[in-house]
Design a protein around this ligand. Structure first.
Ligand SMILES: Nc1ncnc2c1ncn2[C@@H]1O[C@H](COP(=O)(O)OP(=O)(O)OP(=O)(O)O)[C@@H](O)[C@H]1O
Ligand SMILES: [Mg+2]
Length: 315
């Protein structure tokens, strides 16, 4: 018993902060990540329903994998759209993110492979809708997912470059867990009437999370989605979004493209279903921006490689 708690105590005769391992790696997973693991955690949230969160989670993850990153998706929505859309049979799972949140299972035990190598998912099952009530009275309830993620990063052999978390259309305790676990928040906004309504609530929630639970949380960007260039209303709303959020809006806009809906229905990403579609082009462009913002070194290497490939032609 005492052996388990040794790392709770200050080391006698040594009050200098030690390295990651010295300070007791078995407990560090509560608050810190092993600095040698370069994983970027992005939570996709907006309490507005149907604004493209799950579509973005699936297709951003898929394009990151095509660019040789290892990606874990985490589905925090009891509707399980991200899990279903990537081909997981959510009615026949041994364990899911529910077990991680409610029963303290290890995250890595809930992970399943998808059809694509290097793209894994911790899926959601419909029973996740009960999780909120079950954890409502727990001490540290907002940080359950973060602890599970850090524990996996710090103590298991699983390595990911990106963890992409899909949230439900609500600012509930599960979404708060998503925000507490994240480095970055990505906010899809449909270019439609009333899309900006509710943004205040999302930002005030984020402010509280930042002040009390996750100081490092940053908005990665606002992503205009379901954009239909043919309608003046869509063009006006896009202009409003850009005017309001300025350079915090991604340069990429996700256009309305039926192939994206069809791809989800066929349980594949757009890159398998319709690689030449506008949907594929838009998500590829988003991924370039995301990589440039989160892993600038990798983006620079890729640009250099592209430049070298182009050189013989341009010479
Ligand atoms: N760019 C797009 N063009 C056409 N259809 C799209 C596009 N993006 C998403 N859709 C479709 O719109 C619907 C809502 O998208 P999605 O499920 O990604 O939104 P969501 O924000 O995750 O929804 P929820 O709030 O219910 O979780 C889905 O049927 C999806 O296939
Ligand atoms: Mg969704």
């Amino acid at each position: 018993m005492f052996d388990d708690m040794k790392s709770f105590f200050m080391k006698r005769g040594d009050n200098k902060p030690g390295g990651f391992e010295e300070r007791g790696a078995n407990l560090e997973y509560f608050m810190h990540r092993d600095p040698n693991k370069d994983v970027t955690i992005i939570t996709i949230a907006n309490q507005k329903g149907g604004c493209g969160k799950s579509t973005t989670a699936i297709n951003l993850s898929a394009v990151l994998v095509r660019k040789n990153f290892k990606v874990l998706m985490i589905d925090l929505d009891p509707q399980s759209h991200a899990s279903l859309g990537i081909g997981v049979d959510v009615y026949n799972l041994n364990s899911s993110i529910y077990d991680v949140i409610v029963k303290n299972f290890r995250l890595e035990n809930s992970i399943v492979n998808t059809y694509k190598e290097n793209l894994d998912i911790a899926p959601a099952m419909p029973m996740l809708s009960g999780a909120q009530l079950e954890i409502a009275d727990l001490l540290g309830r907002e940080g359950i997912l973060r602890t599970a993620i850090y524990k996996m990063i710090n103590t298991s052999k699983r390595n990911y470059d990106y963890i992409i978390i899909d949230c439900s259309p609500s600012l509930n305790l599960l979404t708060i867990n998503g925000l507490v676990a994240a480095d970055f928040l990505l906010i899809p906004i449909q270019t439609h009437y009333f899309s900006l309504e509710g943004m205040g609530e999302l930002f005030s929630t984020m402010k509280v999370v930042k002040e009390r639970l996750n100081l490092g949380l940053q908005v990665l960007g606002i992503l205009p989605t379901l954009f239909d260039q043919r309608t003046k209303m869509n063009r006006d709303i896009l202009a409003q979004i850009k005017d309001y959020f300025k350079d915090r809006v991604f340069q990429s806009t996700i256009r309305m493209n039926i192939k994206l809906a069809e791809a989800s229905a066929s349980r594949k990403s757009i890159f398998e279903y319709a690689p030449d579609s506008n949907g594929a082009r838009d998500y590829a462009s988003l991924a370039d921006e995301v990589i440039a913002l989160t892993k600038p070194q990798k983006a620079a290497e890729e640009n250099e490689a592209k430049g070298q490939k182009l050189q013989p032609d341009s010479a």
